[in-house]
Design a protein around this ligand. Structure first.
Ligand code: PEP
Ligand code: MN
Length: 240
């Protein structure tokens, strides 16, 4: 992407929307406010990106998800997102969670980088206690001593959450592994383990991506993966 509202940004967001829609996905997820580990990395295009995401989502009949990083962004984002994402780095930002508990818009709550399952569930309680019952949990990998993958995708969190909570849980094998070639296996495992959905990063040209290119699937890989998931889902009583 070249800059706010550039023709290139617009084309890329619309092209991503078409890729995910054609493969059968229901949500378009893009970061407008980005929690980058380094302050020198691309920080997102802010509201300009949100407008484009909404437009592209509407054009393709997709719901829009984007990350909220601070309380002041909630109101700004309301006209554009169907689902607020709370990222791993903000899972225990209790003030943000309290505010999101007071809005009537679903929240996707990602597991913290080094959070236990109990801590994830307690963070979800902040949302529920405020009266926002539309909460989806997300297993996105945790930090362990293993360095071959970016994070260690904790598939066992899925059956544990299913036992302890009524909340849906989705898997994010993109951040969970950090490596494109490992994403399909962990996506299939998420569905087989009883996960309620998947968050998968896809890019028309991953080598040129401004964020997380190494873990972004090529469009053909994503379509192929979705076909495989359509075969696995019925084995565990689900459909895609
Ligand atoms: C993301 O979803 O793009 C993201 C930054 O993820 P996480 O908060 O899990 O690191
Ligand atoms: Mn990412």
């Amino acid at each position: 992407m070249a800059g706010p509202c550039s023709v290139e940004s617009r084309e890329q967001i619309f092209s991503c929307a078409k890729i995910v829609k054609d493969a059968g996905a229901k949500f378009l997820r893009g970061g407008a406010f980005k929690p980058r580990s380094s302050p020198y990395s691309f920080q997102g295009l802010g509201l300009d990106a949100l407008r484009l995401l909404r437009e592209a989502g509407d054009a393709h009949g997709l719901l829009v998800v984007s990350e909220v990083m601070e309380i002041s962004q909630i109101e700004q984002m309301m006209p554009y997102v169907d689902l607020f994402q709370v990222g791993a780095r903000n899972m225990q930002n209790f003030n943000l969670l309290r505010e999101l508990g007071a809005v009537r818009r679903p929240v996707l709550l990602k597991r913290g980088i080094a959070a236990t399952i109990e801590e994830l569930l307690l963070s979800a309680e902040y949302l529920l206690a405020g009266g926002n019952y539309d909460v989806i949990l997300c297993e996105r990998g945790i930090r362990t001593f293993e360095t071959y993958t970016r994070n260690t995708m904790d598939i066992s969190a899925i059956p544990v959450v299913k036992k302890l909570s009524h909340l849906p849980i989705v898997g994010d094998p993109s951040h969970g592994t950090g490596r494109r070639d490992k994403v399909p296996a962990m996506a299939r495992a998420t569905v087989a383990a009883g996960g309620d959905g998947l968050l998968i990063e896809v890019h028309p040209n991953p080598d040129k991506a401004l964020s997380d290119g190494a873990q972004s699937l090529f469009p053909e890989q994503f379509a192929e993966l979705m076909d495989a998931l359509r075969i696995i889902a019925p084995a565990v009583g689900r459909t895609l």
